[in-house]
Design a protein around this ligand. Structure first.
Ligand code: SF4
Length: 211
């Protein structure tokens, strides 16, 4: 079976399984808040980030407050998300750059985004997709694992996984594909014990069909 044909079957099954394909990070209508949540989500669950930021933005309503804060204090405030020293420095520095170079706006260009501290390709794709509707595949640990098990990629490297998926998935499905792979990786194709017996993708899955 051609990869494109297989990808089409996978897409259609995932659409049935997860009709609502949405990002699990909260979005309160403020693009900068979403960027901060995305930076905080590195090696942390979206649930925890949502919990923390439900009150964090009361203390730091906008980028000026983050830019002017002391990183030790901010680090204490975001400690529950892990990697808090690096994240507090990144959020403060990113806030300052946005104020100085982008008139206080979150840019949509991937190079501009990836130039910001704490923002790699994954976060840039997420922000571009969620805030601007620009197609991009967010390859996180769930997406990479599910894509490789299914046989849509042979790589563990996020950039290569993204390229392999982009080559067989129509562009207008890129944003929702990432959300659906994450949902499937959390609910069925878990890291430790994938539930292949009850997975509707098992007929086309390389991992399920392995000898
Ligand atoms: S069949 Fe198993 S390995 Fe393949 S996608 Fe489903 S749960 Fe994951």
């Amino acid at each position: 079976m051609q990869k494109q044909e297989k990808a089409q079957i996978i897409l259609s099954e995932l659409e049935k399984l997860y009709p609502v394909a949405a990002c699990s990070l909260d979005f309160d209508g403020d693009p900068f808040h979403f960027l901060v949540r995305s930076i905080l989500s590195a090696q942390c669950t979206d649930k925890r980030v949502n919990l923390l930021t439900a009150t964090l933005f009361d203390k730091y309503p906008g980028m000026r407050e983050f830019a002017e804060t002391d990183t030790t204090e901010l680090g204490e405030d975001i400690k529950s998300c892990g990697l808090y020293r690096a994240k507090s420095k990144a959020i403060k520095a990113t806030s300052a750059i946005l104020l100085e170079e982008f008139e206080g706006r979150v840019p949509s260009d991937s190079r501009d985004l990836e130039h910001l501290p704490g923002v790699g390709r994954k976060v840039a794709n997420l922000v571009r997709g969620e805030l601007f509707g620009i197609p991009g595949i967010v390859v996180d640990t769930h997406c990479a694992r599910v894509a490789k098990r299914l046989g849509l990629t042979d790589s563990d490297h996020p950039l290569q996984v993204e390229k392999d998926l982009a080559a067989c998935i129509p562009e207008d499905k890129w944003i929702t594909l990432g959300h659906r792979f994450v949902a499937h990786g959390r609910a069925v194709c878990t890291a430790r014990k994938p539930l292949c017996e009850s997975c509707p993708l098992s007929e086309v899955c390389r991992y399920a069909k392995r000898p």
